[in-house]
Design a protein around this ligand. Sequence first.
Ligand SMILES: *[C@@H]1O[C@H](CO)[C@@H](O)[C@H](O)[C@H]1NC(C)=O
Ligand SMILES: *[C@@H]1O[C@H](CO)[C@@H](O)[C@H](O)[C@H]1NC(C)=O
Ligand SMILES: *[C@@H]1O[C@H](CO)[C@@H](O)[C@H](O)[C@H]1NC(C)=O
Length: 609
Amino acid sequence: MGGRSSPAGWRRRAPPPPPLLLLLVYECAIGNFGMPQYGGTMHGVVVYPKANTKACKPFADFGLSFNPKAGGLPVFLLVDRGDCYFTTKGWNAQTAGAAAVLVADDRAEPLITMDTPESSGKEHLENITVPSALVSKRFGDDLKTALENGDMVNVLLDWRESLPHPDERVEYEFWTNSNDECGAKCDMQMSFVRDFRGVAQVLEQRGYTQFAPHYITWYCPEAFVLSAQCRSQCINHGRYCAPDPEQDFTTGYDGKDVVVQNLIQICLFKVANESRKPWLWWDYVHDFAIRCPMKEKKYTTDCAHGVIKSLGMDIDKITQCVGDPDADEDNPVLKAEQDAQIGHGARGDVTILPTFVVNNRQYRGKLDKRAVLRAICSGFEETTEPDICLTQDIQTNQCLENNGGCWLDKNTNFTACKDTFRGRVCECPVVNGVKFVGDGYTHCEASGVGRCQINNGGCWKETRNGKSVSACSNEQAKGCKCPQGFKGDGVHGCEDVDECKERLFCQCKDCSCENTWGSYECGCGGSNMLYMREHDTCISKVATSSVGWGFMWVIFFGLGFAGVGAYAVYKYRLRSYMDSEIRAIMAQYMPLENQETSSHQRHVDHADI
Ligand SMILES: *[C@@H]1O[C@H](CO)[C@@H](O)[C@H](O)[C@H]1NC(C)=O
Ligand SMILES: *[C@@H]1O[C@H](CO)[C@@H](O)[C@H](O)[C@H]1NC(C)=O
Ligand SMILES: *[C@@H]1O[C@H](CO)[C@@H](O)[C@H](O)[C@H]1NC(C)=O
């Protein structure tokens, strides 16, 4: 174990007594196993077990269980460092029902990364899914004191800023090794390459990421360059070394075989990248592990060349890059690798193999397709993440429960809940091109063009006797409004206005008013009278009636004055207006005949005066 920590933000809240609310932010170190929720957060309540505080034994042996109560927050189990592997603690906490495990350091020191064991004690490694973090001794002590005092300790584990996410491209490195005989770690690495290859290639081909593989090498101290150890483990006269795969110099492959294969892989990437196909590296590494395993004694340069050939790559270029391993000189490619290994910026030295570096920060957590993809996704600036980040694979499914607390229209199932790897977001939806606007939590409504086509814009609508009335109008950008003849808020309902009772229209002498749904009907007394709806008045069907046309005369009186200087124009306008207007009115009540046309021609003349 060792290496520098990747920080995960950390908040603690301890409420009682009421005026005292502590809101503290701590850094902690993400463990190198389990599934950290890069880009997301997790809420929980801290519990320190009454017994088995180091979590080295199954909690069931002590009758303890940490499953959350119904409706309760998940339990984050606080355990002490020491006596057994970190992974054992993680597994025991997980099987007891904890949602995360916080290991309190047992000594005052800078945070370290809790790594996976090299040999024994790794049985559960594959199956640990709860995230884990190391907290400092001092913070661990504070937590225990607060818990002893009966304080409730609420914690928000926050991975949102664990990785930088400055722009729409993620740069990442995979520090790996061609050695396939190192036990669990090598097996894990191989199955990871197999699972992750496809995703990595898609991301690279579409330009979402810029990837580079890296390999750790050691060097042999000057005084030992000629020793048997260095001669079997190093190339280029002790400059570049790797440990013997089975730690036995007398049998099997030597460290220098590993260095040579690593070098071929770096060179292959270099050549592939130069021909703008960096993703070929993933194919090569995958195929090499299958075709040239140590177990079958095929871990050789010849076998490597066979794989390179199958991929259609230029062997000469790669051989040239590899150079002469026996030469007493620097190899520029391996030299660059050694330089890259030294930490720069926020990254820290790379000391754990395999290691992912995303946007120049070391990834911590299980080497698992979903977990690593999630970390890479959290490295994109918000909203620029590629589709692959929003697929089923890494969604959180938070929308399934209580609709994620977001707005939901029960009638249509339109929802504002959107599942993303960062966690759910409540964002008003776009349905069939119609945008909904609102806060996303309690309220969303269709807006803009076409909004009435979607659930009638959330407005009231009713049909009676074949007549449909709607409170939604596409001319209005949002909101509902009862149409003329109705009153109400337009959302819950619109009520017919009784124009007769409310004395709004049809109040002339001798008129008979009858309310209808959304309108009214008005009858004028006497068979020669015609009701003009627009003017709420009765006119005589007889052309010379002083009542009807006297009224018209009043209306156009103003026009008469304005038109003195341009009599012809005025007359023309008036005529065409009268023509269409009267025709329309008349048409509602009687068939228009030629004779009628000439008769209202007369009316016009009459009004002309
Ligand atoms: C891990 O999980 C797999 C699949 O669920 C199971 O077959 C295996 O036995 C588990 N291993 C351990 C050590 O629990
Ligand atoms: C791969 O190629 C790109 C441009 O083609 C370059 O910017 C990048 O630095 C190269 N990567 C490495 C690790 O050489
Ligand atoms: C909405 O979803 C619920 C639950 O899935 C379902 O029972 C209901 O029929 C759906 N309603 C519509 C209009 O699709």
